[in-house]
Design a protein around this ligand. Structure first.
Ligand SMILES: Cc1cc2nc3c(=O)[nH]c(=O)nc-3n(C[C@H](O)[C@H](O)[C@H](O)COP(=O)(O)OP(=O)(O)OC[C@H]3O[C@@H](n4cnc5c(N)ncnc54)[C@H](O)[C@@H]3O)c2cc1C
Length: 397
């Protein structure tokens, strides 16, 4: 979120008169963004979220042709599977209507069509799904690195390992930040501090009721890709770090065993991670997720229990996973707001301070719109990238 916002701000600011500085206390991607599946699709029920996701996918898909840099956007397509429950199907149909009204390409599918997409899928003949041809995933590390490079090209400065920060205030207004190594004066400060935002703000008497929830992912070896021999799927290490418009980038081309699957009935999402030869499986629902106080000093935990749950979930739907090798699990965190809607905009009690948090696991779906909209907001322009009222922190005042 921070690099994307720095990019949009830098694009719109004069580098000499209104310099943009991104200050990261650790290293870029050291937070939740470096631990994500980075699935992207536009299958949201909420109009604002679906619209932002539509715009994000366009940005990701066009990045290579507009800048020559790849984000590893893989347009595998994403299937959102409702199953055969009439209520779930009615909900999916309502969502499809919202998405179509936003000109999102979405196809309502019955069981036979879904079996064409996932030959081994175990679904009832009455099952219904929504196919999003533009859905897929991006490579999170590459995306952050490209956003950072483009921000620099547009005049932004990025300072990593700056240590802890505090706000500089003058008569209650923000006038900059102070880190362990430097002081930066600015009339506008954006906190893109993810799960740390709540604690950071509480030092200034601001209570935005965010929670950080533990989330887990399980890794299973990716099944063979139909029509390919195993050695055709091996990639040399030297092929993995390249940025060029003219050569085939493995991030854009490594074969996947199947499209992204978002299974609402079985409560999981799965995507292939072809460069690692694995599939990532994550639980969708957060109802039982454990709340954590702070991600400081986070050590990812293994969980056999979650690994067992994840295998059962995916193998119950795609039996090809029954025998795939177990490659372990990891854990990280998501930041959620009480109403599940992101919290983006000015902090009323501290003029000049803006926050962006509470994306509830949809961060990469929304990042370009959030970055663009915040830049518009700070520059006093009409906000066209999202609905500022719907996301405003003042709804919790
Ligand atoms: C397992 C998992 C799967 C996910 N899957 C998806 C998915 O499929 N699709 C999707 O869109 N999203 C997904 N997400 C969500 C998403 O990727 C992340 O939650 C998101 O990228 C967080 O972005 P962020 O920039 O808000 O926070 P972070 O990436 O956590 O960044 C916050 C940064 O702020 C820095 N910081 C903190 N305090 C300070 C301070 N005082 N001063 C300076 N810097 C500070 C931290 O060091 C950190 O680098 C997933 C997340 C997880 C964990």
């Amino acid at each position: 979120m921070g690099t994307c916002t720095a990019l949009y701000a830098a694009k719109n600011c004069d580098a000499l008169r209104e310099p943009v500085v991104l200050v990261e206390r650790d290293s870029l991607a050291s937070g939740a963004s470096g631990r994500t599946s980075a699935i992207v699709h536009q299958g949201f029920a909420d109009r604002t979220m679906a619209g932002m996701a539509r715009d994000a996918v366009k940005v990701y898909a066009g990045m290579r042709s507009s800048t020559g840099r790849s984000l590893g956007y893989r347009r595998t397509g994403a299937l959102i599977l409702a199953g055969d429950d009439p209520n779930a199907i009615a909900e999916l149909d309502a969502n499809i209507e919202v998405q179509r009204s936003l000109a999102i390409d979405v196809i309502r599918m019955g069981a036979e069509e879904m079996r064409q997409l996932f030959p081994s899928i175990d679904i009832s003949d009455e099952a219904i799904g929504a196919w999003q041809p533009e859905g897929g995933f991006i490579d999170p590390a590459r995306t952050i690195s490209v956003f950072a490079s483009l921000a620099r090209e547009n005049g932004a400065t990025i300072r990593e390992r700056s240590g802890s920060h505090k706000l500089l205030l003058d008569a209650g207004r923000v006038v900059g930040i102070e880190t362990e190594t430097a002081t930066y004066y600015s009339d506008n400060v954006v906190l893109a501090t993810g799960a740390w935002t709540h604690t950071f703000l509480s030092d200034y008497g601001v209570d935005i009721p965010m929670r950080a929830l533990k989330t887990r992912e399980s890794f299973l070896s990716m099944p063979p890709v139909e029509g390919l021999e195993e050695d055709e799927m091996d990639l040399e290490a030297s092929q993995l770090d390249m940025e060029t418009r003219f050569l085939v980038d493995p991030l854009d081309s490594a074969p996947v065993a199947h499209p992204v699957l978002i299974d609402l009935e079985r409560d999981f999402q799965a995507r292939c991670d072809p460069l690692q030869g694995r599939t990532r499986v994550e639980q969708l629902g957060l109802a039982n997720a454990e709340e954590i106080e702070s991600p400081d000093g986070w050590t990812p935990e293994q969980s056999e229990e979650f690994g067992g749950w994840a295998r059962e979930a995916i193998a119950g739907r795609l039996p090809i996973y029954t025998e795939q090798e177990d490659l372990g699990t990891h854990s990280a965190w998501l930041t959620v707001s009480p109403d599940g809607v992101p919290v983006v905009g000015p902090v009323d009690s501290i003029p000049g301070l803006y926050i962006m948090t509470g994306f509830s696991g949809r961060d990469f779906h929304l990042a370009p719109s959030i970055g663009e909209g915040l830049a518009q907001m700070i520059l006093g322009q009409p906000v066209s990238a999202f609905d500022p009222k719907a996301l405003s922190p003042s709804r919790f005042a």
